[in-house]
Design a protein around this ligand. Structure first.
Ligand code: DGP
Length: 210
């Protein structure tokens, strides 16, 4: 009997929407219900490319905007063999940000089209489900000070939110919008149900491509 593949589940949203908290809770809940699951996050700052990105985000180095966009994409591509291996082993991957953040953040900069931004990620494994944690950027700002990293300003985050809204019109991606203004536990239970349904539905389907 061939092993059923795991599902590729992505959480997206503006900064402070609760993605990391929800990813961790989801992985724990799936594991407790006997489903193999692991968390990944992008950017993955542990690789050499990830370290370049990390120092860019910490404003320790400056990189040209197109170049940094391609580095973020390269950081996803370098993890593809591992992602595919895990999915084929039946492990569900819960991913904190993916190509959609890539497009939303770069296209929030002046003079970047969505189309140009999407190109480098064409062919990446396609998520079976993308949950967008919806939170008004002004409410997000009330959740605590933004940090000091690049992009962590209310004005920029509002533009990012608009770009995500454009991306969510793409019917070829399985988007689900989650109201992230509610309590952690209520948001979690919505996410868990969506995720369990997706795991059951995608286990017999091939992994798609963006
Ligand atoms: P995080 O480690 O989740 O806080 O993400 C770091 C920051 O990088 C966050 O402000 C979002 C941004 N980001 C994530 N992925 C990409 C990407 O692919 N391209 C760009 N330009 N920014 C990204």
């Amino acid at each position: 009997m061939s092993c059923r593949r795991g599902a590729l589940i992505v959480l997206e949203g503006v900064d402070k929407a609760g993605k990391t908290t929800q990813c961790k809770k989801l992985v724990r809940a799936l594991q407790q219900s006997g489903r193999p699951a692991e968390m990944m996050r992008f950017p993955d700052r542990t690789t050499q490319i990830g370290q370049l990105i990390s120092s860019y985000l910490e404003k320790k180095n400056n990189l040209e905007d197109h170049t940094v966009h391609l580095l973020f994409s390269a950081n996803r591509w370098e993890l593809v063999p591992l992602m595919k291996k895990k999915l084929e082993q039946g492990i569900t991957l819960v991913v904190d940000r993916y190509a959609f953040s890539g497009v939303a953040f770069t296209s929030a900069k002046p003079d970047f089209s969505l189309e140009w931004c999407k190109h480098p990620d064409v062919g990446l494994p396609k998520p079976d489900l993308v949950m967008f944690l919806q939170l008004n950027p002004s409410v997000a700002a009330e959740r605590g000070e933004f940090g000091t990293e690049r992009y962590e300003t209310s004005t920029f985050q509002r533009t990012v939110q608009q770009r995500f809204e454009q991306l969510m019109k793409d019917p070829s991606v399985n988007w689900k919008v989650i109201d992230a203004a509610r309590s952690i536990d209520i948001v979690h239970s919505d996410i868990k149900v969506l995720c369990e349904n997706t795991i059951n539905m995608s286990e017999n389907l091939p992994i798609g491509e963006l």
